[in-house]
Ligand binder design. Structure first.
Ligand code: PHE
Length: 462
C-alpha cells in the first residue's frame, strides 16, 4: 500500500478538523436550541460541556488516530484485536451520514442560486422550501454537491482537503463576524410604535432565562446541549480518528484540540449573534422554529424584510452555509475513503471513484425521499420523519452515544487513560487536563452515555 498522506502541519490540520466540526449544525441547530432552551442558560451549560465532555471526546479520537496511524476499523483493531467490531460500528456512522449530507448541501446550493438570480422574494413564500424538496428535480443540486465533495477528496489530504479548508475557514470566519455585527445594528419600528433593535435581540440570546426551570427541564437542556456537542465536534464517528492519523508527530495535540474547540464553539456562538437578533427584529422570535425551518423558511423572510441589502446578506449567508457544509461533507467522505483504502488495499483515486458512484445513487435516493420515495416514519425519540431523518436518527441519536460508551470502556478501563496521555505528551508537552480526562473517561462518560442512549431510544422520557 502507498504511504499515507498527511497534513502539512498544525495549521492545516486545525483548519481541516475545524472545517469538519463547523457545519450546518453550528449555523442552524445551535441558535435554534439556544432560543428554545433558555438563552444564556443553554450557552453556559454548553460551554461547561465543551470544556469537559467535548474536550475528552475530541482528545480521544485525535490521539487514537495519531497514535495508531489508522482509520477507525484498524485503529481499534490495533488497540485490541477483539475490539475491531467497535471500529466497524464507528465506520458505519459516516457511511450513513454520507447518504444525506450532500442532500442538505444541495438545498443550500439551491438557495444560493435563488438569491443570485432573483431578489429572494420567491424564497419568502411559505411553501417555497417544501415545494422545492418535494420536486424530484431537486435531486440535481444534491448530486452536484456530492460531486464537488468527491472531487476534493480525490485530490488527497494535502492538495485537496487541506488546501480547500485553508481557504474556506478564514473566509467563513470573516463572514460570520461581519454578518453578526451587521445583525446587531438592525432596527425596526412596529405599527404600534415599539422599536425593536438588534441589541435587544442579543440580550434575548445571552440572558439566562430561568423561568419555569425545574430539575427535569435542566436535565433536558443539558441533554440537548450534549447531543448538539457530539454532532458539532464530529466526534465518535471516526472522522477525527482519520484526521488524527494524518497529523505529524511533532504537532502539539493539546494546542490543536483547544483551537478546534474554540473555532467550533466560536462559530456556533456567532451564528446565534447573526441569527437571533435578526429574527427578533423582524419577526419577534416566532421564526426561531427548528432545523430546516429556521434556515430555509424563517431567514429568507428576515432577509426580505431588510430590503435590497437583504439580498446581499442572503447570498453571503447561504455561501457561508455552503462552505460550512462542504468542509464537513469532505470529512465524512474522507473518513469512509480512508477506511476503505485500508480495508481493500486500494489507492485513493480508485477508491474515491467507486465511492462517488455509490454515493451519487444514495444521495439521489435520500433526496427523492421527499417525492418518489416518500415515507413517513415514527422515530423512537417521538418525532416523525422521512428517509433523511431516519438516517440522521440512526447515525446520530442511536449510534453515537453507543460508540462513545464502548470507547469510554475501552480507553478508560482496558487501555487506560495513560495510553492517550502518552500521545498527548509525546514531544514533552504538558497534558494539562490529565486528571480531568482520567476521571471523565473512567467514571463520568459511561454514565452520561447510558443516559443519552436511553433518552434517544425513547426509554428515558424527560
Ligand atoms: N459537525 C458538523 C456540524 O456541526 C456536522 C457533521 C456531522 C459533520 C457529522 C461531519 C460529520 O454541522
Amino acid at each position: 500500500m502507498k504511504q499515507k498522506n498527511s497534513f502539512s502541519g498544525q495549521i492545516g490540520f486545525v483548519f481541516a478538523a475545524a472545517g469538519s466540526a463547523v457545519g450546518v449544525g453550528n449555523l442552524w441547530r445551535f441558535p435554534y436550541l439556544a432560543a428554545k432552551d433558555g438563552g444564556g442558560l443553554f450557552l453556559l451549560i454548553y460551554l461547561v460541556l465543551v470544556l469537559t465532555v467535548g474536550f475528552v471526546l475530541l482528545t480521544t479520537d485525535i490521539a487514537i488516530g495519531r497514535k495508531t496511524g489508522k482509520s477507525a476499523i484498524y485503529a481499534y483493531e490495533s488497540m485490541q484485536k477483539k475490539w475491531k467490531f467497535l471500529g466497524v460500528i464507528t465506520f458505519l456512522v459516516p457511511v450513513l451520514i454520507m447518504t444525506y449530507y450532500a442532500v442538505i448541501g444541495g438545498w443550500i446550493l439551491r438557495y444560493i442560486v435563488i438569491y443570485l438570480t432573483s431578489s429572494g422574494k420567491q424564497a419568502v413564500a411559505d411553501d417555497c422550501f417544501t415545494a422545492f424538496i418535494s420536486s424530484p428535480s431537486s435531486v440535481w443540486y444534491g448530486l452536484i454537491f456530492m460531486l464537488l465533495t468527491a472531487l476534493i477528496v480525490y485530490n488527497g489530504v494535502e492538495d485537496g482537503i487541506e488546501r480547500v479548508s485553508k481557504f474556506i475557514m478564514p473566509v467563513l470566519l470573516i463572514m460570520v463576524i461581519g454578518i453578526a455585527i451587521f445583525s446587531l445594528t438592525l432596527k425596526t419600528t412596529l405599527d404600534d410604535g415599539t422599536v425593536r433593535t438588534g441589541l435587544q435581540g442579543l440580550k434575548v440570546y445571552m440572558k439566562p432565562d430561568l423561568t419555569g426551570i425545574t430539575v427535569g427541564r435542566f436535565l433536558q437542556i443539558t441533554l440537548d446541549a450534549m447531543s448538539q456537542l457530539f454532532f458539532s465536534l464530529s466526534v465518535s464517528m471516526g472522522i477525527m480518528i482519520t484526521y488524527g492519523s494524518y497529523v505529524k508527530k511533532d504537532v502539539d495535540l493539546n494546542k490543536a484540540v483547544s483551537q478546534i474547540e474554540i473555532m467550533d464553539t466560536g462559530v456556533a456562538f456567532l451564528a446565534g449573534v447573526m441569527i437571533i437578533p435578526a429574527v427578533f427584529v423582524f419577526s419577534g422570535l416566532d421564526g426561531m422554529s427548528a432545523g430546516p425551518g429556521l434556515m430555509f423558511v424563517s431567514l429568507p423572510k428576515v432577509f426580505y424584510s431588510m430590503g435590497t441589502v437583504g439580498r446581499v446578506i442572503g447570498i453571503l449567508f447561504f455561501v457561508l452555509a455552503g462552505f460550512a457544509a462542504l468542509t464537513s461533507c469532505i470529512s465524512v467522505l474522507e473518513s469512509i475513503t480512508a477506511n476503505c483504502m485500508e480495508l481493500f488495499h486500494t489507492e485513493r483515486k480508485k477508491t474515491t471513484r467507486v465511492l462517488s458512484v455509490i454515493y451519487l445513487i444514495a444521495t439521489a435516493v435520500i433526496a427523492l425521499g421527499y417525492s418518489i420515495f416518500y415515507v413517513e416514519v415514527a422515530l423512537p425519540n417521538g418525532s416523525t420523519g422521512q428517509l433523511l431523518d431516519i438516517m440522521d436518527y440512526i447515525s446520530n441519536s442511536f449510534m453515537m452515544p453507543f460508540i462513545s460508551l464502548l470507547s469510554a470502556i475501552l480507553i478508560g478501563w482496558i487501555m487506560k487513560p495513560s495510553w492517550i496521555a502518552e500521545e498527548m505528551e509525546l514531544n514533552g508537552e504538558k497534558f494539562k487536563r490529565k486528571k480531568l480526562y482520567n476521571v471523565m473517561m473512567r467514571y463520568i462518560m459511561p454514565v452520561i452515555m447510558v443516559i443519552l442512549f436511553l433518552q434517544s431510544t425513547g426509554v428515558l422520557n424527560l
